[in-house]
Write a new protein. Structure first.
Length: 371
């Protein structure tokens, strides 16, 4: 029976085509399956139903004998096809109700022990009735169709998952942007109103506007860093210098908060993007400052493997530590939750990694390992 063999080969090659990797690919795959099976089994009509939500919905049909209306469903156990699904066995029907159909072949599409669909084929009276051999070959074909449908569903759900995840991120991002922009804007608006009402305050208000605008600028940088891949411009640098220079710019924030900042004097040459590593140090040190109460200490130490930032602050719960590097995770009323996610991106772009140790009420240490 070479036609049936050729059919199996044809279906096999259909099954491997990558067009089955999306929803439309599945549709055209099913159409093509029906064309090939109709030809090889000399049917006057064929249809495929696929399971969704416990019932079997018409997914594709072909040929003049198919009167099945769009949107038709088959329920397990009800009707001839429903019985074949329930028994999970292919079935030949020769005493159907329709005068134009001589015999039908109903083949459940089995994926493991589950029936994920059913292939129906009908022959007119001018063709011989379906026989045992047809039944056997149809079983093999059905296995391949079931596999292809199974794969197409996997691809579709993976894509849907990605899409939902992206949508959720866009939603979070939009909320974070709106929230973060509003504070500086309120400051700018207030300052502009003051200038109108009390021109003598112009200079003071202009300073506020400048400061708030700079905050907005920094915010834009942070959102952009998060949203695009990090490009590095690495050069040999003294890591000790980079750390000390960054920390010296933060000294006034520390004295305002009455938190001590100590930096070791170790020198280490590393091939790094200076601006990016400064950003990492600044983020970690400021997080340390924000977590540390008056009288506490943040210390930055340089080693041959990189550097560490230790604080005697609030520490973090196990749960917070799990989420720490996720974008938008923040426990601060005006935090973006992007700092550590950018830090991790920069460190990984350098071929390094970042680790954290923290104990609630005791403090936190971040280690940045750079190759
Ligand atoms: P943000 O600073 O905007 O909140 P980050 O990504 O920098 O965003 O930090 C995320 C969260 O991780 C913080 O809100 C805080 O809860 C926690 N965190 C980060 N660093 C520390 C630290 N040194 N001590 C305690 N908690 C920290
Ligand atoms: Mg931060």
């Amino acid at each position: 029976m070479s036609a049936a063999r050729a059919l199996q080969d044809d279906l096999l090659s259909l099954f491997v085509v990558d067009s089955v990797q999306d929803e439309n690919g599945l549709q055209s795959y099913l159409k093509r399956v029906l064309q090939v099976t109709s030809q090889c089994f000399r049917t006057s009509g064929a249809s495929i139903f696929l399971e969704e939500g416990g019932v079997y919905h018409l997914a594709a049909k072909l040929g003049p004998a198919v009167r099945t209306p769009d949107g038709a469903v088959i329920q397990k156990g009800i009707g001839l096809a429903g019985e074949a699904i329930e028994l999970a066995e292919p079935k030949i029907v020769t005493d159907g109700e329709r005068a134009d159909i001589g015999s039908s072949l109903i083949v459940p599409l089995m994926d493991g022990g589950t029936c994920i669909g059913v292939l129906n084929m009908a022959r007119g009276h001018d063709e011989p009735v379906f026989g045992e051999e047809d039944l056997r070959y149809a079983g093999g074909v059905a296995g391949q169709i079931a596999l292809a449908v199974h794969n197409a569903k996997l691809f579709a759900s993976a894509r849907e998952y990605d899409r939902l995840k992206r949508l959720a991120e866009v939603g979070q991002m939009t909320a974070a942007i709106a929230h973060e922009i509003r504070n500086p804007l309120t400051g700018i608006l207030g300052a502009a109103k003051m200038i109108q009402e009390a021109p003598e305050l112009t200079e003071e208000m202009a300073n506020i506007i400048e400061l708030e605008t700079m905050k907005l600028n920094l915010l834009c940088d942070e959102f952009l860093d998060f949203s695009r891949p990090i490009r590095l411009d690495p050069e040999d640098q003294n890591l000790g210098d980079v750390v000390r220079a960054t920390c010296s710019l933060l000294e006034s924030s520390f004295s305002d908060s009455e938190v001590a900042l100590t930096v070791t004097n170790e020198n280490q040459t590393k091939c790094i993007d200076r601006r990016r590593i400064e950003q990492v140090v600044r983020n970690l040190v400021l997080n340390g400052l924000q977590a540390t109460p008056k009288g506490g200490t943040v210390s930055v130490n340089v080693f041959d493997w990189g550097f560490s930032v230790h604080d005697t602050g609030a520490g973090m719960s196990e749960e917070a530590q799990q989420k720490l590097f996720s974008p938008f995770f923040t426990t601060k009323p005006s935090g973006t939750g992007l700092g550590l996610s950018i830090v991790q991106k920069v460190v990984q772009a350098h071929g390094g990694f970042i680790s954290v140790q923290s104990q609630e009420g005791v403090g936190t240490t971040f280690e940045v390992h750079l190759p």
